[in-house]
Each structure stands twice: as structure tokens, then as C-alpha cells.
Design a binder for this molecule. Structure first.
Ligand code: ATP
Ligand code: MG
Length: 427
């Protein structure tokens, strides 16, 4: 029978990789904790309408990337392609806004039916931040700073923060008209995808990756020229706030979010080391979304970070060693029924004391078990043979002399009770 494989674009994280993931996730949790941002967990599966309304039919995500199916109750369901719509749904469903503004983060797998390549999968992972009920420019600055500081703390180099303002809904509508008129005159010079976007979602033409379209767009009217005085002032306040935190900014007037409920701040954090999939983190202000999903008018800003790209970046740019699972402190070698019966109680005692303990399960000859003990990288071996078992003791052997290089050779074997072993090693 042919062996079964994972689905295309659905990736296993093997044991050699999970320590780095845990490290990244652990740092993220810590940064959120320090910023007084609380975790929210929502289901992976939602009614399809949530994303149709919350992301928009005109986007690639809703138009062609969703995993949608009819369930046994004849409901149209979708595996979440992103986190924001679900978070807003949950906040509204449980009336959280009545308790005041919400500072929330989420994490977990997202699903998009895309063409898999490096840094682009069909199941991928995001962490994201949503500040709901915050209108002030300094909330934008704080949201961006949390992302920037997390990436800096992880040691990711070569990052750039690209920033733009989409202005108020009126600014944006005015610009849209201007842009459509400009693009219509040059329709034949656009790539086919941009020609289609010109009908459905014209602002998205601005972030076409097609080189000819990009060259053409260098001449296009700039969004920044369409901002009214108040929007301009707001944008300047965001830039001043970032400057005060010494976070460097590259203005990018072509950075857009496609949908009408986005306004003002839009940003991306990119890396020059990721090739075509350069964006690690994308976000912006979405003052219209909560209302779009049936809630009260609520200003909000958020971002999402792709963990695959972040991990890829760390493994490419890391100068020091990457986190990996540490070797066991103690490796338990035992042979003979009575001895083997004592291995697990010993391991348990030592694990309770906080030690990492691996038990050799083989019952093989001592020489073989010692070879494995050595390969495990453990600093110590606990040996239980028939003599030790009947005396209720353990032979503790140092496999790797601890301390500095050139320190004296391993200490001599010691016969200790299990309690003594735990106490000795836990020090
Ligand atoms: P892209 O332009 O790369 O498709 P996007 O605009 O679709 O990105 P967002 O919806 O803003 O991305 O998601 C935020 C982040 O999630 C991205 O910046 C990226 O790091 C990550 N991401 C998005 N789609 C994928 C995917 N298919 N595989 C891996 N990571 C992804
Ligand atoms: Mg995408």
C-alpha cells in the first residue's frame, strides 16, 4: 500500500524544529504579557459569512483562497484564513466592549488555499494583536512598537518598517476615484491581474508584484497627496510617536489594505532576507470593521505576524545557536526485572525535582545501554543492576564532567539512594 502523505501545503513540524517554535511563541507571550494584552482563543471553524463580511468578497483571501465546505447540518463553514474577523465576532458575541476597550492577542493555525512555496503554506501560523476601542494615534504607535520590539528581542536582523496612511474614509474615496481615472487611461499597460483588480478592488493594484505594473505605478498619483489636513496631522503624530521610540520608518505611499473599513495607518514589517515572501508582519487601522460585523462604531488597530516566515528568518539570520531541546540531565540504565521495576520510580522522583530524565527502555546489555546514554548527551547516568536493585540503591555515574574545560575528570561512581540522587542532581 502506498504510504500516506500530508496534504500539499500542510507542513509537519518535526521534533528538531519545535524547540525554536516554542522559543518564538514563548517570547511573544512574554511581550504580550508585559504590554498587558490578554489572549483570546476562537474556533478554527466559523460560518463562511463572517469572512465574506469581515474580509470582503473582493479580496484574494475570500475570492479564491478559503477552505469552505458544507457541513452535515447544511451550513457553509470556513476554516479561518485570518484572525481578526473571528476576534471581532467573539468580542461582539460576548459583549466585551461594554467592559471597555479591549487589548487582545491570538495565535494559531490559519488556512488559505494558495500556491505553496518557501514562506507560503496552506496551513500556516500567525500571532496577532488587536486593540479595540482605541482611536488615538498613540495606540497605533503602541501596536507597532509591540511587534517591532518582539522581532528585535528575537534577534531578527535586516528589518524595515514600512508605513503609510490611507486617510479618512473620505480621503480614501477621493483618492480611489483619482487612481481609477489614472489607471483607466493606462489599462492596456497593466498586467491581467491588475486589470481585474481595477474593477473589483482598485487600491490593490498598488501592491501588484508585477514588475511592469510597478514601474508604471511610480508615476501614479500618491495617496499622501489626497490626505486632508486632519488626516495628515494624525499621520504625522504616528510618525512622531515612532521616532520618539527610535523605531525607524520608511514611508511607502503604495502600501494599502484593500477594504473600505481600513483607514489611516497601514504598515508592514519586511525583511530583505525572505525573497519574494518579504512581509513578516502586516497591520493597520480598521475603524469600520466592528460596525461592518454588526457592532457599535469602534476604532481599532491590529496586526498579524506569520510565524513560518519569522522562524525562517531566524534560522537564516541567527548568528548564535538556535534554541534546541536540551539533553537529559539523567539517563537511567537498568537491566533485570527487579532493576527495571525501579527505573520508573527513580525517574519520577528526579522529574519531580525538576530534572530531565530519560529511561532506557531496551533491557539490552549494559554496554549497549551506555552507548545510548552517551549519545543522549546526558550529563549523568543512573545505573540499576541486580545488586543495586536488591540493595535499593543506584549507581550514579558522571558521563560528562560539568564545569569549565580542563576541569578534573569525571568523579568516581557513587552508590546513593534514589532520594540522594534527586537531591544531588537538583542542586
Ligand atoms: P502576502 O502578501 O504575503 O500574501 P498577506 O497580505 O496575504 O501576505 P496578511 O493577511 O496580512 O498577509 O497576513 C499577515 C502575515 O501572515 C503575512 O505578512 C505573512 O507573514 C503571513 N502569511 C500570510 N499568508 C501566509 C501563507 N500562506 N503562508 C505563510 N505565512 C503567511
Ligand atoms: Mg496573501
Amino acid at each position: 500500500m502506498a504510504s500516506l502523505q500530508s496534504l500539499r501545503g500542510m507542513v509537519d513540524l518535526l521534533p528538531g524544529a519545535t524547540a525554536l517554535w516554542q522559543h518564538v511563541e514563548g517570547r511573544a507571550v512574554e511581550h504580550f504579557r508585559r504590554a498587558a494584552i490578554q489572549e483570546i482563543r476562537t474556533p478554527l471553524l466559523e460560518v463562511t459569512e463572517l469572512f465574506a463580511r469581515g474580509i470582503g468578497e473582493a479580496t484574494d483571501v475570500v475570492g479564491k483562497e478559503m477552505y469552505t465546505f458544507i457541513d452535515r447540518g447544511e451550513r457553509s463553514c470556513t476554516l479561518r484564513p485570518e484572525g481578526t474577523a473571528s476576534v471581532v465576532r467573539a468580542v461582539l458575541q460576548h459583549g466585551l466592549l461594554s467592559q471597555g476597550p479591549q487589548r487582545l492577542w491570538y495565535g494559531g493555525p490559519m488556512f488559505r488555499y494558495e500556491r505553496p512555496q518557501a514562506g507560503r503554506q496552506r496551513q500556516f501560523h500567525q500571532i496577532g494583536l488587536e486593540l479595540l476601542g482605541f482611536a488615538e494615534p498613540r495606540a497605533d504607535v503602541e501596536a507597532i512598537a509591540v511587534a517591532w520590539d518582539l522581532l528585535a528581542d528575537l534577534g531578527v536582523g535586516g528589518l524595515a518598517l514600512e508605513l503609510n496612511s490611507l486617510g479618512s474614509p473620505e480621503d480614501r474615496a477621493g483618492y480611489r476615484q483619482q487612481l481609477v481615472a489614472w489607471l483607466e487611461q493606462r489599462r492596456s499597460q497593466l498586467d491581467p491581474e491588475s486589470q481585474a483588480r481595477l474593477q473589483t478592488n482598485p487600491l490593490r493594484v498598488l501592491d501588484s508584484k508585477h514588475p511592469d505594473t510597478q514601474a508604471l505605478l511610480a508615476e501614479a498619483p500618491s495617496l499622501l497627496d489626497s490626505l486632508c489636513a486632519a488626516s495628515r496631522e494624525r499621520f504625522e503624530a504616528v510618525q512622531a510617536g515612532l521616532a520618539a521610540l527610535a523605531i525607524p520608518v520608511q514611508l511607502n505611499p503604495r502600501l494599502v489594505r484593500g477594504l473600505d473599513y481600513y483607514s489611516h495607518t497601514a504598515f508592514e514589517i519586511t525583511s530583505d532576507q525572505l525573497g519574494a515572501q518579504a512581509t513578516v508582519c502586516g497591520g493597520g487601522r480598521y475603524d469600520g470593521l466592528v460596525q461592518q460585523l454588526g457592532g457599535p462604531a469602534t476604532p481599532a488597530i491590529g496586526w498579524a505576524m506569520g510565524l513560518e516566515r519569522l522562524v525562517l528568518l531566524l534560522s537564516r539570520s541567527a548568528t548564535a545557536g538556535l534554541p534546541s531541546q536540551p539533553p537529559p540531565d539523567l539517563y537511567v540504565v537498568s537491566r533485570g526485572a527487579e532493576a527495571e521495576a525501579q527505573a520508573l520510580p527513580l525517574a519520577r522522583l528526579c522529574r519531580r525535582a525538576g530534572l530531565v530524565v530519560e529511561i532506557d527502555p531496551s533491557g539490552a546489555a549494559f554496554a549497549k545501554q551506555f552507548k545510548r546514554a552517551d549519545r543522549s548527551g546526558a550529563a549523568w547516568a543512573a545505573v540499576i543492576g541486580e545488586d543495586e536493585a536488591s540493595a535499593g540503591v543506584v549507581l550514579l555515574r558522571e558521563l560528562r564532567p560539568s564545569g569549565a574545560e580542563g576541569s578534573p575528570a569525571a568523579s568516581a561512581d557513587q552508590r546513593l539512594s534514589p532520594e540522594q540522587v534527586a537531591a544531588r542532581l537538583a542542586r
